[in-house]
Design a protein. Structure first.
Length: 231
């Protein structure tokens, strides 16, 4: 694509399932690329399409201070201001899918509070290669879509530090670049390189249309009422 049009791409992909996109990738010769490892699963079943906004975090090397109580509270404030920042959150655009390489660390870098702020700014979902998410009862209740390897408890301090943003990251065996298309649902996550986005969407819609037609006939044979998935 000579010019990446976010609005156009989001519209092209809004009705596509992960399986449709996976098929579309195959149709353009990308059989072995784009499917995020099956160990990364949704926090709850939902469907999201977005544009990748990437960030990388690294394990915190220390030292960890021997502090408790009010002194620890002061140190934690410094840590969030200087070490584990979220600079990418200042750049959020409507339709962003936040892709966070957290180096597999068991840390709840996302929670019930900051994800609501990001949602307000336009974030559609999150993908991480570690824990990355905590407060999950509230996150599920608030319907914040997250795909992660596991759920975490701990806060950021002493565990992880911000490193960089808007760079290629690797999640579940897939290299993900800023502006790649991320499609996620109950079948997992598939990532489409931005330069193939329109071509993949063309064949993904071909497969979706055929699936709907075939299932609609079977619905009719079964005497079922037609729903949105077959129309």
């Amino acid at each position: 694509m000579s010019e990446f049009n976010r609005t156009e791409i989001l519209e092209l992909y809004k009705d596509l399932r992960v399986t449709d996109v996976r098929d579309g990738m195959d149709w353009v010769g990308l059989h072995g690329y784009g499917t995020v490892d099956h160990s990364i699963r949704p926090l709850f079943r939902t469907k999201v399409v977005g544009i990748a906004r990437t960030a990388r975090y690294l394990p915190f090397e220390g030292p960890v201070p021997n502090l408790t109580g009010d002194a620890y509270t002061k140190w934690v404030k410094w840590y969030y201001g200087e070490v584990c920042t979220d600079e990418w959150a200042n750049d959020i655009e409507e339709g962003d899918f936040i892709v966070m390489d957290v180096a597999g660390v068991d840390v709840g870098i996302l929670g019930s509070n900051n994800t609501l702020d990001h949602l307000h700014k336009g974030v559609r979902g999150y993908l991480t290669n570690g824990g990355g998410i905590r407060d999950t009862d509230e996150v599920i209740m608030q319907k914040i879509p997250v795909w992660s390897k596991f759920v975490s408890q701990g806060m950021d301090q002493t565990r992880i530090r911000y490193y960089e943003k808007d760079i290629p990251v690797a999640i579940g065996g897939v290299a993900i670049y800023p502006n790649d298309v991320v499609v996620a649902d109950g079948d997992g996550v598939v990532v489409v390189p931005s330069k193939y986005a329109k071509e993949v969407a063309k064949y993904a819609h071909q497969e979706l249309t055929g699936d709907k037609a075939g299932r609609r006939k079977l619905y009719e044979k079964l005497g079922w009422e037609l729903d949105d998935t077959v129309q």
